[in-house]
Design a protein around this ligand. Structure first.
Ligand SMILES: [Zn+2]
Length: 250
């Protein structure tokens, strides 16, 4: 019962932070302040009242429309709030304690979530958020020097792959944003599991990239959403993937 209350509390707290992530996702790429002014409807500019700003619930109660002008509000807002709530619960379930490392890991993955959505929108991500995720990841576990070392190794590995790919494909392969994310992965997962995560990210990305090839040749596929999903999967199931690595490579 007590633990159920903790999960409920973390879900509510997480979804409230998800509501803030929505602001970050909308404003940071436009170089607007994330603190002021308070949120308003993009259509009629009416300030969103606090009781219309309850994560997930307000969107459902208002039927996905602005309370004033009835302009539809994207499903994306409650989805991101829900995902951030689930993220808080999942990270607590994994770490089994609420301490500084819970806070840092949650903050890192929440920032990766924001980066993934911004990459979907713009096919590029702001360095401010990307470097924030990397810096947070340095402190995601007690061995900070090891985390920084792993981040640097992953940045080196992915930069080298980028040089080769760009040369072989005769065009710019992988973005600079992807390299910083690779550093974040290194700090969170270590080198071996980061390579596993890169492999899984590429594997998941194959299906939409084939779909895009068939549908529309000009569309560019953002890679950070796949990196973020794979990083979380491998971080969460790290024991499974460590054992898998040992079974294959000894
Ligand atoms: Zn409105």
């Amino acid at each position: 019962m007590e633990s159920l209350l903790i999960y409920l509390f973390l879900f509510i707290l997480g979804s409230a932070i998800g509501s803030f992530l929505n602001v970050v996702i909308y404003r940071v790429p436009l170089r607007k302040s994330i603190i002021s002014p308070p949120s308003s409807c993009p259509n009629c500019n009416t300030r969103i009242k606090p009781w219309h700003n309850i994560p997930i619930l307000s969107w459902i109660i208002l039927g996905g429309k602005c309370a004033n002008c009835k302009e539809p509000i994207s499903k994306r807002y409650p989805i991101i709030e829900f995902l951030t709530g689930v993220l808080a619960v999942a990270i607590y379930y994994k770490l089994k304690s609420i301490d500084i490392f819970f806070v840092i890991n949650f903050a890192t993955f929440a920032t990766l979530l924001a980066l993934a959505v911004i990459d979907l929108d713009y096919k590029a991500v702001p360095d401010s958020l990307n470097l924030l995720a990397l810096t947070l990841a340095f402190f995601s576990s007690p061995n900070i020097i090891e985390n920084i070392k792993n981040a640097l190794l992953m940045i080196g590995i992915v930069s080298l792959v980028r040089f080769y790919l760009s040369y072989l494909l005769k065009k710019e392969a992988l973005g600079e944003g992807d390299i910083i994310v690779a550093g974040t992965m290194g700090a969170l997962l270590g080198v071996k599991l980061s390579l596993v995560a890169l492999f899984i990210a590429s594997l998941i990305a194959i299906f939409p990239s084939i779909y895009i090839r068939i549908k529309n040749k000009d569309l560019e596929l953002p890679f950070i959403p796949f990196l973020a999903i794979a990083t979380f999967i491998v971080w969460y199931f790290d024991d499974f993937f460590t054992n898998l690595w040992r079974a294959i490579y000894g």
